[in-house]
Ligand binder design. Structure first.
Ligand SMILES: [Zn+2]
Length: 454
């Protein structure tokens, strides 16, 4: 790779760059959304009014930032905790050799801003969990370019947490946080549109993402059948036998070489072929081969869905597009349905309290509630921290609320929506979860009416 920013061809001039987009946004059509208002100024409105958050600045994230910037979005933010590795350079095309070690979010933002004039991209070099929930409330749409189920699940619960329902259990439009989720794995990919309360959220059909395959240890130890079994034997069993107490470091070439030669010995013993150094790296580091074209295809679909959602210039995919390039090329769209009992995008589990129930009693109820089983809960109401388990300074500040009745903390409202975060069981694993709960008080109707009239 010898390209550098200096050698890039000049960017097209305005308004030539926007000719096709303007055509799409300024003309009516048969396939447009019912609310579409074509106008020559629509692109400017899109640029000035819509704030987009891109989650992830890796293979898919680089493509997404470029595609969204070239689709008329001018206010973008990008969040990613990773730094650039030399192995990223073959497909994460915004990065150069001299960027190795720097923040992906910061470099990606800078590169796209250099190339597309008028675009502002704010980078956030941190974990998604490090941001306050309120940070996510500013965006009209969140586009996900992630490779982790946990991170998707977290963003999904945050975005769905903003959703409010009216008294008929219909989603209130202003509280809907749109999401477009992209994902790729080798030659396969998907792009899905999530409209919380209308289309299924990530949690409604989490079964689409089966848990990662792990080999049973007995297979590794006794009956290896594949090259991967031999590698995992060397990695998970042999390393600890030979190097007790010494942690294995996947980025240490000597360690990797040791695993490779041990795996090779074992493969020879059992007459198994296919153990190579690069395959060893792939298995140990759990590397899924990344294909730049798959990222480009999935990102293009995601950016187009974002444009359609925000402008109404055409109907969006309903609601899950899959791309498969393994044998030929197949694109398919499936329409999944919402799980009406979903704990994340539904109206929220209803919890009935007495006017005297204290916050600490409420937290105890969450632990025992059969649908929630949430331990170590932190509780917020409309952005106010009622009780925080961590960090220590917030715990100290909110500790005195534990003995106060919830009715008082919620300022005498007979019904309220609260958000709780804590450890809960999800897809068979105990992990950090965010839940929206509806709290109602038994027999305090009268008191609240008096409050309103006073
Ligand atoms: Zn859901």
């Amino acid at each position: 790779m010898s390209s550098s920013p200096d050698e890039d061809p000049p960017a097209p001039t305005e308004p030539e760059r926007w000719r096709d987009l303007d055509m799409l946004l300024s003309r009516p059509g048969n396939l447009v959304d019912a609310n579409f208002a074509p106008s020559p100024g629509l692109r400017d409105m899109l640029g000035s009014l819509v704030e987009v958050l891109v989650v992830g600045a890796g293979g898919l994230g680089c493509e997404l930032l470029k595609d969204l910037a070239l689709s008329g979005f001018k206010n973008l933010h990008v969040i990613d905790m990773d730094t650039i590795d030399v192995s990223n350079l073959n497909r994460q095309f915004l990065f150069r050799v001299q960027d190795v070690g720097k923040s992906k979010a910061e470099v990606a933002a800078k590169r796209v801003m250099e190339r597309v004039s008028g675009v502002n991209i704010v980078p956030h070099f941190c974990r998604i969990e490090d941001k306050e929930i309120e940070f996510y409330s500013d965006f009209s749409i969140i586009v996900l370019g992630l490779d982790s189920i946990e991170a998707r699940s977290y963003i999904n619960s945050v975005a769905c947490g903003f959703l409010e329902y009216d008294s008929d259990d219909k989603p209130i439009p202003e509280t809907i946080k749109f999401m477009v989720d992209g994902g790729t794995e080798g030659f396969k990919g998907h792009a899905r549109v999530i409209i919380p309360g209308t289309t299924p959220c990530f949690e409604c059909n989490i079964w689409l993402f089966p848990p990662q395959v792990k080999f049973p240890l007995c297979t590794l130890a006794e009956t290896p059948r594949t090259a991967a079994h031999c590698i995992e034997y060397a990695h998970l069993i042999k390393w600890n036998e030979v190097h007790p107490g010494k942690p294995f470091d996947a980025d240490d070439a000597e360690h990797m070489q040791w695993i490779y030669s041990e795996a090779l010995k074992r493969a020879e013993l059992f007459g198994i072929s296919g153990v190579t150094y690069s395959f060893t790296q792939g298995v140990v580091k759990n590397i899924i081969p990344a294909i730049a074209s798959t990222n480009a295809i999935v990102s293009a679909a995601c950016a187009l869905e974002a444009l359609k959602l925000m402008s109404g210039c055409s109907k969006t995919v309903s609601n899950y597009l899959t791309y498969n390039g393994i044998v030929g090329t197949h694109i398919n769209v499936s329409e999944f349905v919402r799980d009406k009992d979903c704990l994340v995008c539904g109206p929220g589990t209803l919890i009935k309290l007495d006017a005297s129930t204290t916050l600490s009693e409420f937290i105890k109820m969450l632990e025992e509630h059969p649908k929630l089983l949430m331990s170590r809960a932190s509780v917020t109401h409309e952005g106010d921290n009622l009780y925080m388990q961590a960090p220590e300074v917030l715990e100290q500040m909110t500790r005195q609320n534990l003995g106060v009745p919830m009715f008082e903390l919620l300022k005498g409202a007979t019904r309220a929506t609260v958000h709780v975060t804590g450890m809960a069981e999800n897809n068979g694993k105990k992990k950090s979860s965010l839940r929206k709960l509806r709290v109602a008080f038994n027999g305090v109707e009268e008191a609240s009416k008096m409050d309103e009239s006073s």
